[in-house]
Design a protein around this ligand. Structure first.
Ligand code: GDP
Length: 447
């Protein structure tokens, strides 16, 4: 339960006498293109949480967490997976790849982590092997014009969900309903397989057997997530939601069409988990001290050549390579235009800057404070056709030329490093309340 000052704040802020003291509900989301280091922050904050929830996306991205058991790339499991006191929830907004989930649990238990406590929504839809196949076929068809999909089946999965030909987990636990759903989906799918992709048709019998068996395997973990969470809210449980990817990959507010297929916004957390919107108290947006991005699309502050290679090599805990795909990430200077927008659209109450330690080698550091588009300077993040024409307007700040790992207090940071942080804080118009100066859980400076 919250402390008394927070209780008073709630009582004052909300002009509603009937409302009970609200529990702490926090969302951790990406301010940028994804890979901002949300996994570490979630893993860190999971320690003080009862419940950690994934509310969107699937096994198409990865959070890297480093703890006493070692280093793990989590794709579908919520980042509370290594904490025994945490219930990890997979909400109905997620794309559930059952095989990927089981494999991920095994990678944890094989390395000595006790099996995570999991609650999987009975309403979540299941990502099928044919979604992965369609993702690959479509990338193949698009050739050079492809969007750089991770080929995890995410776009075909969400397409089917909104076309109403997807399969909910509760339907999968009844073999007859499952067969019916698959027979229906196969009519449309096979027409595309025959005529567009020229690939083998779906085998409904084989799919029915396979997915019924898989659903049965996870049945003990399946339940009514919305009911559970509403009860948990009433009981004052501490709840943490973790977004995958970041604002700029949102299908509505991001760099369409270089976006993902589900909303990575905190606002969608209420929907994708099944929580009352009014209960959200903190939205923590995560950003990196520089920019990084996987996949295609406009990336205004991108660096190339040796400068890029040096930053890529030094970034993250082992270089900037995708946690899911191993693909080298594109890297660039900090983009305050994109991040201010990212924090705004997320409705961020706080911002965390990760990877601050990485920049210690630079003599000078650039920060993009505006874009030049058609000869005019703009500070507001534009729509994609204009973004394609945007050139970065930089301010150059002095580097601090010091290793800041191991420092635990803000005042201990070199002055030039604090200047960098404070400059960015002003530009993004959101308080930078935590600074991460290393990949490990305890490498964090609170302000
Ligand atoms: P996520 O998808 O947002 O969780 O991001 P990832 O975990 O895939 O990428 C972030 C990378 O940065 C990972 O390699 C982390 O281990 C690493 N990381 C996170 N915070 C820090 C930090 O403060 N310093 C350094 N050097 N690496 C960090």
């Amino acid at each position: 339960m919250m402390g008394s000052s927070a209780e008073e704040k709630n009582a004052n802020n909300r002009n509603c006498t009937q409302r009970k003291v609200l529990p702490m509900i926090r969302a951790i989301v990406g301010a940028n293109w994804g890979d901002e280091g949300k996994g570490k922050i979630t893993d860190m904050l999971a320690e003080n949480s009862d419940i950690v929830i994934r509310f969107q996306g699937g096994a198409n991205a990865g959070h890297t967490i480093i703890n006493n058991y070692g280093k793990f790339a989590l794709h579908l499991l919520p980042s509370g997976a290594c904490h025994q006191h945490v219930l990890n929830v997979i909400g109905p907004g997620v794309a559930l790849d059952i095989e990927a989930l089981l494999a991920e649990i095994k990678t944890l238990t094989d390395r000595g982590v006790p099996a995570p406590h999991l609650l999987i929504s009975d309403r979540v839809q299941v990502l099928m092997e044919y979604h992965v196949a369609f993702d690959c076929y479509e990338e193949e068809r698009l050739g050079k014009a492809s969007f750089g999909s991770t080929k995890s089946g995410i776009a075909p999965f969400y397409g089917d969900k909104y076309m109403k030909i997807g399969v909910q987990l509760c339907q999968m636990l009844d073999k007859d309903i499952l067969r019916q759903r698959l027979t229906n989906a196969a009519k449309l799918k096979n027409a595309m397989l025959d005529n567009l992709y020229h690939k083998p048709e779906l085998d409904v019998d084989a799919l029915t057997e396979k997915y019924y068996a898989l659903a049965k395997q996870i049945e003990p973990m399946v339940g009514d997530v919305a009911q559970y969470l509403h009860k948990a809210v009433k009981e004052g449980k501490r709840i943490l939601l973790e977004g995958q990817l970041g604002t700029l990959r949102d299908p509505d507010h991001g760099i369409f069409p270089f976006t993902t297929s589900s909303s990575p916004l905190a606002g969608f957390g209420a929907v994708g988990a099944g929580l009352p919107l009014t209960a959200f108290e903190e939205v923590i947006a995560v950003t990196k001290a520089y920019s990084s991005c996987v996949g295609a699309g406009p990336f205004t502050t991108e660096l190339f050549g040796d400068e890029a290679e040096e930053l890529r090599k030094r970034g993250g805990d082992a270089g900037e390579y995708g946690a899911k795909t191993g693909r080298p990430r594109r890297v660039g200077w900090f983009d305050a235009v994109a991040t201010r927008y990212g924090c705004m659209v997320q409705g961020a109450t706080d911002c965390v800057m990760t990877n601050l330690d990485v920049l210690g080698y630079l003599d000078e550091i650039k920060v993009c404070v505006a874009y030049e588009i058609d000869g005019k300077q703009v500070r507001d993040f534009p729509v994609t056709p204009l973004l394609d024409k945007a050139k970065p307007v930089y301010v150059t700040l002095p580097g601090w030329k010091q290793d800041i790992r191991g420092l635990t207090k803000y005042e201990e940071l070199p002055e030039k490093c604090r200047q960098y942080v404070e400059f960015i804080e002003k530009e993004i118009e959101c308080p930078l309340t935590m600074l991460s100066n290393g990949p490990k859980r305890d490498e964090i400076i609170y302000r």
